[in-house]
Design a protein around this ligand. Structure first.
Ligand code: GAP
Length: 440
């Protein structure tokens, strides 16, 4: 078997096509011609996206006594966004091409219109990226609401609630996963930049003097998370923002960048937000958002270290890194080498034929595995074709039930990456798959 990782520019097309063809990601409202860079996650995509969020939650909340979760509202009053600085500064420079009238983000086009090649543009003007709407049936003053452009503010506005209910003290964190909305001027590259996306963010509150150390800690911890989940180290790099490029709240930001088919670009940002947000909200709301340390008799406003990544963008990076084309026994195949924790299906149960006697053992095997693994069950087409279909969607293990299974009560387990097949008694199947996935 020879295997070459895909680094060609057409990788994005290949993954986009596979995602559509195999039910990962569909363009939204497709029967109406699609809708402005929004996407729907199909039967396989929703499994994978849930897995991405689950592994993040596991590492950020379940395995961390110092971090708790939150699920805050998406709609918020203008007061939050005035205090956070988003109303004033969360904008991109918008320019219009004077020739073809297309609108662009000035900082993304290098002075040349990507549509018609013209170099003549209007003066840039600030375009606020927040979606504005109205809460309740009456328009006007007091009814304005915004869809959150980041989940972070919910963690800051609930800082005192969380502190008083879960008895944590700095250093401690609040984590949240949820939909966020940005009216991006130029959404692009499949689900890399969309107007509606899911964010996974954690605000880690620390004594100010320890902020730099915690910043370094979270940069390395988050980089290691991607490597553990199968992204090769050489497809990741760190990029420290220049002071001039920092967001309005940041004292320092380092991005984890991924080698996308179009080059290095942001995967996750890890910012030191200082005491900016808690101070702003305390000032605007009149509610104290600080911490009194009884051991030192000191009152201080914690600094915040924030790792933030789009679940949808992370899923795309995992898909791109997993995509391989290789040759098995003289036949080429496409294989997604996804970590089993991310794969839409972890096991596929495949009866060799549609004969009823095989079906009943196969159902028994399915029922044995289903409580423990996300399973697919597929009876159509030749077994070779079915293996290829499972390889293409990244299923790590296929379990084949054949006529011998009726006699010896054993099945064949096939490994996606090596294509090796071994015979395993049904009585030992669950333990065997648990061992293969490092769960025992
Ligand atoms: N609370 C900090 C914050 O929101 P950000 O750098 O604007 O920081 C964090 O966004 C992460 O969210 C990015 O690194 C990226 O993974 C993801 N992200 C941002 N905008 C996105 C968009 N329009 N579509 C998909 N993901 C996006």
């Amino acid at each position: 078997m020879n295997s070459t990782p895909e680094t060609t520019p057409d990788l994005l097309d290949k993954v986009t096509n596979l995602a559509k063809r195999r039910g990962f990601i569909f363009p939204s409202a497709e029967i109406y011609g699609g809708f402005r860079s929004t996407y729907d996650y199909g039967p396989l995509g929703v499994n994978m996206l849930r897995n991405v969020k689950q592994v993040w939650w596991r590492s950020m909340v379940q395995m961390r006594p110092d971090i708790v979760g939150l699920d805050a509202a998406i709609l918020g009053p203008p007061a939050i966004w005035a205090a956070s600085g988003h109303l004033e500064t969360f904008s991109d420079p918008l320019v219009d091409c004077k020739k073809c009238k297309e609108r662009w983000r000035e900082d993304k086009i290098d002075g040349v219109c990507p549509n018609c090649g013209s170099t003549e543009f209007t003066e840039p003007r600030a375009f606020n990226l927040m979606f504005k709407t109205q809460a309740g049936p009456v328009e006007g003053e007091g009814a304005t609401a915004y869809l959150r452009p980041e989940t972070a503010q919910g963690m800051f506005t609930n800082f005192a609630n969380v502190l008083s209910t879960v008895r944590k003290k700095p250093p401690f964190g609040i984590a949240q996963i949820g939909k966020s909305f940005r009216n991006e001027i130029t959404p692009q590259n499949f689900v890399f930049r969309t107007r509606e996306f899911e964010l996974m963010e954690m605000e880690y509150f620390v004594p100010p003097a320890d902020a730099d150390e915690w910043h370094r800690y979270w940069i390395e911890t988050r980089r290691a998370w991607y490597v553990d989940l199968g992204i090769p180290e050489d497809q990741l790099r760190l990029h420290e923002h220049a002071k001039a490029d920092l967001s309005h709240y940041s004292r320092g930001t380092t991005d984890i960048e991924f080698a996308y088919p179009w080059g290095w670009d942001e995967l996750e940002g890890i910012a030191n937000r200082g005491d900016y947000d808690l101070t702003q909200h305390a000032k605007a709301s009149g509610v104290a958002l600080d911490y009194f340390d009884q051991t030192t008799n000191e009152r201080y406003t914690p600094y915040v270290i924030e790792p933030a990544v789009g679940a949808t963008r992370a899923m795309m990076a995992f898909l791109l890194a997993a995509y391989h084309e290789d040759v098995v026994e003289g036949e080429s195949r496409t294989v997604l080498r996804l970590d089993w924790r991310l794969a839409p299906y972890q096991v596929a149960v495949l009866p060799l034929s549609k004969k009823p006697e095989l079906e009943s053992v196969s159902r028994e095997v399915l029922e044995l595995l289903q409580p423990h693994f996300m399973c697919d069950y597929d009876v159509t087409q030749s077994i070779g074709r079915r293996y290829r279909r499972q390889d293409e969607v990244g299923t790590p293990y296929c379990v084949t039930v054949d006529f011998d299974s009726l006699e010896d009560r054993a099945v064949t387990v096939r490994d996606r990456d090596t294509t090796e097949q071994v015979r395993v008694p049904i009585a030992e199947l669950l333990a065997s798959l648990r061992e293969r996935t490092g769960q025992s």
